[in-house]
Design a protein around this ligand. Structure first.
Ligand SMILES: Cc1cc2nc3c(=O)[nH]c(=O)nc-3n(C[C@H](O)[C@H](O)[C@H](O)COP(=O)(O)OP(=O)(O)OC[C@H]3O[C@@H](n4cnc5c(N)ncnc54)[C@H](O)[C@@H]3O)c2cc1C
Length: 614
């Protein structure tokens, strides 16, 4: 034991365990208390829920609000919108379920003191676009976290969950989770009747545009490390649409958001020579995807596609035309405030690169791919739908329960439901929590039991990288290089390179094929073998080690799905060069995977897409 002989094991029993205290996790914690007044509700977060998750820095807009009280939109409209944007493939039952409840979530945020911008004439929330409303959102996360803190029996901050525990009395039933405190090193065993995974999406599985010391400057939060996928995958839950990674068009280097610029400031894009370019690629895109290119609004991936083709044709960079809008002092203020409320880094980049958007049209870029379930993309776990709305094939238990009993999810964790964003993720957390409370109440005395053998074996596995380091450091051959361990950063760079070159990252123009994917899987397999030899110098590196484990498993899942779907459904997100066209005859379906942790094999299948809304 040496270094860690004083490590404590802390046991925590709960009825409902919420893993991850971001938007969905705060919603799940809050709502669990509402329906489960006497239940023991625990939320565990690897950072501090006060400022954790993708909303940590704040947001300038709530991107999912119907405005039903003013008849601005109805839930069916949102389903149509998300379906269109995802080229036909969304779980309409889940999306409808969120849309019908999301306004009540936003009204709670308003009540709790989130500063909402209001139209001075109508008194309605000020719209940035059809679905977005504007907020002064620097303190969005602390406001939402306060309600969760007050609702929880206890919030455990600074604990990274590494594995779910299974019930020893019943196969395919969850029994809790284990992890470690990233500050004290204590081992935590959480026993729970139901677990709601809300651990965010995945950045840094593909090589980012900024490397070296700029590596933390990506569009997506660098601390979103794929736990939302790896935890359920390891427990045997089915996953869906993991091939549907997202690529974002954003301001170059700072990844500042473009939504307010397009929608509110009415800025537009042009190529290096000041020309409109989207129409140039209309016929070409139509040949690939048919009439999806004629839909309104044009799907996000297809707008990326025109951008990428124009750059490949040598007419980059693409710029955002800000010079006109910024002549209006009000718009200029909004343009800057938009960054100050959520991406201060972009303002700093512009200042450091002598870019005054009133005088210069700033460059845009496309990001490396990310995996998430709540933005303009819908990767994640395959979940049971609402009792009153889901087709029978999408219902096998409680709402938002995965294919593992007692295991629920929300936000980026759940697949098939794009465009939930912050408010929809919170809403989905609430929906999952209500169902989890019902599940716990229905269990009665038939609760899960976790085996001592299981959590003791996991303790050994979890802390092994520190042991590897302790022994391996005696063999250091130069600097930090040891022949017997792999440092988490080196492993991460190796993962990103494999994904970038073989699975459709930036350096291959987001393009791959079956041969590349096959080789990518072989290389990922070799990486997985080497991860047994990860070395962690301290607790921070131990966290990095487990983040890498989660990212690698999620990456393997992405690669399997990309291999399985033999078409290019979302040009602009990625391309299967061997199947360059969208194929509605064979692939108007969901892709599902299931991992067998004993054999390491993946089983793939198709699931039907039901169009419930006209
Ligand atoms: C750059 C960016 C800009 C966005 N802009 C907007 C916008 O303008 N408007 C809008 O409405 N939405 C926006 N969104 C979307 C919104 O942020 C997400 O939809 C929402 O945060 C998803 O909620 P979540 O709970 O699934 O994930 P998160 O909010 O990211 O929370 C995940 C939580 O899980 C924790 N966690 C992760 N792994 C573990 C682990 N192993 N153990 C314990 N805890 C763990 C994390 O620390 C984090 O707190 C944006 C997202 C991004 C990335």
């Amino acid at each position: 034991m040496g270094l860690f002989s004083r490590r404590k094991t802390v046991f925590v029993d709960s009825d409902i365990l919420v893993v991850g205290g971001g938007m969905a996790g705060c919603g799940a914690t809050y709502e669990s208390r509402y329906w489960g007044r006497d239940l023991n509700i625990v939320c565990v977060e690897k950072a501090n829920i006060e400022r954790s998750g993708a909303v940590a820095q704040g947001l300038y807009a709530i991107n999912c609000y119907m405005g039903m009280q003013w008849n601005e939109n109805q839930p069916e409209d949102h389903v149509r919108y998300a379906r269109n944007d995802l080229m036909g493939l969304v779980r309409e039952d889940l999306g409808y379920d969120i849309a019908r409840h999301v306004d009540s979530t936003v009204h709670k945020f308003d009540e709790w003191g989130l500063p909402m911008m209001k139209d001075p004439e109508t008194g309605r929330y000020m719209r940035e676009g059809k679905w977005q409303i504007m907020i002064h959102g620097e303190s969005y996360k602390p406001i939402v976290a306060e309600a969760a803190r007050k609702a929880a029996t206890k919030v455990y901050n600074r604990i990274m969950i590494t594995h779910l525990l299974m019930d020893e009395t019943k196969p395919n039933r969850v029994g809790g989770a284990v992890g470690f405190n990233v500050r004290t090193g204590d081992y935590h065993v959480f026993r729970a009747k139901a677990v709601i995974v809300c651990a965010g999406g995945a950045s840094h599985i593909f090589k980012p545009r900024a490397v070296g010391e700029g590596m933390g400057r990506t569009w997506y939060a660098p601390w979103s490390s794929a736990s939302a996928y790896a935890l359920p995958i390891l427990a045997g839950a089915k996953m869906t649409q993991m091939e549907n990674r997202i690529v974002l068009t954003r301001f170059k280097d700072g990844y500042g958001p473009v939504g307010a610029y397009f929608l509110h400031l009415k800025t537009y894009t042009e190529n290096a020579y000041g020309k409109e370019y989207e129409s140039t690629w209309y016929e070409h895109t139509k040949q690939l995807v048919g009439d999806y290119i004629d839909r309104h609004p044009v799907p996000t991936c297809l707008r990326n596609h025109a951008f990428l083709e124009e750059v490949k044709a040598g007419r980059g960079p693409i710029r955002m035309v800000t010079k006109e809008a910024f002549q209006d002092p009000h718009k200029e203020t909004v343009g800057w405030e938009n960054f100050l409320g959520m991406t201060i880094g972009q303002a700093v980049v512009w200042a450091s690169q002598n870019i005054d958007p009133k005088l210069i049209n700033p460059e845009l870029t496309t990001s490396e791919p990310y995996v998430m379930g709540s933005h303009a993309t819908c990767s994640g776990a395959w979940a049971s739908g609402p009792e009153d709305y889901a087709p029978s094939e999408y219902q096998w238990g409680y709402n938002r329960m995965m294919t593992v009993d007692g295991l629920f999810g929300a936000g980026d964790t759940i697949g098939g439901t794009a465009h939930k964003f912050s408010s929809g993720s919170y809403t989905e957390g609430r929906i999952a929590a209500k169902a989890a409370v019902n599940y716990v109440n229905d269990l009665g005395k038939d609760g899960p039991r976790v085996s001592e053998d299981e959590y003791q074996a996991l303790e050994q596995v979890i802390f092994q990288p520190m042991e590897n380091y302790r022994i391996g450091r005696n063999e250091i051959v130069g600097g930090t290089v040891s022949p017997s361990y792999l440092l988490p950063l080196s492993g991460l760079q190796r993962l990103e390179k494999i994904m970038d070159e073989y699975v459709g990252g930036i350096s291959s123009h987001y393009t791959t094929n079956d041969v590349l994917l096959g080789r990518g899987l072989e290389l990922l397999g070799m990486l997985k073998e080497d991860l047994d030899h990860l070395g962690a110098e301290d607790l921070h590196q131990l966290q990095r080690a487990w983040e890498l484990q989660h990212r690698t498993l999620a990456s393997e899942c992405v690669t399997q799905h990309t291999m399985f779907r033999e078409e290019t459904r979302w040009p602009g997100y990625y391309y299967r060069a061997d199947h360059p066209k969208l194929d509605d005859t064979d692939w108007h379906c969901f892709t599902l995977s299931q991992y067998d942790r004993n054999t390491g094999e993946w089983a793939m299948e198709k699931a039907p897409v039901y169009h419930i809304v006209d």
